[in-house]
Ligand binder design. Structure first.
Ligand code: FES
Ligand SMILES: [Fe+2]
Length: 382
């Protein structure tokens, strides 16, 4: 096995640094090696902002949802002041989960173990075992729920799980993503209708790479997408993406595309005539089409295992349509099929990697080359 010194030696990656035409793909061990994986966590995943769901999933005061990101239990709550906050879902008494349900609505947050109770803003209000303490003394204990840096932009909730003192501002992370994609596509109107989470036996980068190239669509997605030519929008900040121009939704099978839902109201610019497939680095893949938005969020559990969070969403006005249940079935069928196809190919690819010789990037993989070089910049710190 390679030593730590070996895998982090920039000289090993010089061929990936070359212009796309001459470049070699990343060596196989970056998809399997534990040292490399730990460095990715430290240099890419901890310092990044991560998607934690849609603000529309917690529309009213007291609405909450729970999730795990980078194996940390989190609690998203809308407070009485209507602000969305994210806390570590960990009781300040002895660390139990405070809330166990995936989502719901409440007037306060009560840990079931010994019934310590917190306000919707995370303030400790009641602490059995400490009955002698007055309310101001409880406040002095410093036992409120720990809040995680978070922000809502265009209906998307983001959290930061690294050192808050060194966190880059959320708006710097997003760069021109909001003005180029989120605002034109009206992401704030979207309401999640399906969400699921599972793990795959593959390295997260394989899934990020497949999302950034269109070469595979006519092979892997032969019966679901077919050919899908793309252009590349100018991106600033920590995102990259591709844009597919099409008068009709890409979220239905090719023969059904003219019978989809109406376009979201208020679309502007390229959003009126196509879909953006964006990767908010490192692993949040968000597709915004004229009528639907979906995401495939990849978070590594280990070097060879990836947690995948998939979600589909439509504008609130579409959900209100009497034909929503019937028509949306066709969207789910097509979306699920494509996700299954990409799940399959990334696990299949992983099985062939060990000991493989360097490959190459063909012209339709130029965004993958860019992505892989961004990864090298971060991991190698150059
Ligand atoms: S661990 Fe939560 S009240 Fe004791
Ligand atoms: Fe794909």
């Amino acid at each position: 096995m390679r030593s730590q010194r070996d895998v982090l030696d920039p000289a090993l990656y010089e061929k990936t640094r070359l212009p796309r035409e001459e470049a070699a793909t990343l060596p196989w061990w970056v998809y399997t090696d534990q040292t490399w994986f730990e460095r990715e966590m430290e240099t890419m995943f901890r310092p990044a902002w991560h998607f934690a769901g849609l603000a529309s999933s917690v529309p009213d005061a007291g609405d909450f949802r729970t999730l795990r990101l980078l194996d940390e239990p989190l609690l998203v709550v809308r407070g009485d002041d209507l602000q969305v906050r994210v806390f570590r879902n960990s009781c300040r008494h002895r660390g139990s989960l405070v809330v166990g349900e995936p989502s719901g609505s409440c007037r306060g947050l009560r840990c079931p173990y010994h019934s310590w109770t917190y306000s919707l803003e995370g303030v400790l209000k009641h602490a059995p075992g400490l009955e002698g303490y007055r309310r101001d003394e409880l406040a002095g204990l410093g036992k409120d729920l720990l809040q995680v840096p978070s922000g809502v932009r265009e209906g998307l909730i983001f959290v930061h799980l690294g050192d808050p003192k060194t966190a880059a501002p959320l708006d710097a992370y997003l760069g021109n993503y909001l003005s180029t994609v989120a605002v034109p596509h009206q992401t704030a109107q979207m309401v999640a209708t399906e969400e699921r989470e599972y793990t795959l036996d593959s390295n997260w980068k394989l899934y990020a790479e497949v999302d950034m190239e269109t070469l595979h669509t006519k092979h892997i997605h032969r019966g679901s997408i077919g050919e899908q030519p793309v252009t590349v929008p100018a991106s600033e900040g920590d995102w990259i993406g591709v844009y597919h121009e099409s008068a009709h939704t890409p979220a239905l099978h090719p023969g059904e595309r003219k019978s989809g839902f109406p376009h979201t109201t208020g679309l502007s610019g390229p959003a009126t005539r196509g879909a953006h497939f964006s990767l908010l680095l490192p692993g949040f893949f968000l597709v915004t089409a004229q009528d639907v938005m979906w995401w495939i969020h990849k978070l590594p559990d280990s070097a060879t295992r990836t947690r995948v969070r998939v979600g589909y969403s439509f504008p609130a006005s579409t959900l209100a349509r009497p034909d929503f249940d019937e028509v949306s079935k066709r969207y789910y069928k097509r979306l699920n099929q494509v996700v299954d196809e990409d799940d399959w190919i990334t696990e299949y690819q992983q099985r062939g990697l060990n000991g493989s010789a360097p490959g190459c990037y063909v012209p339709e993989e130029h965004v993958v080359h860019r992505l892989d070089n961004w990864i090298l910049d971060r991991v190698l710190g150059v």
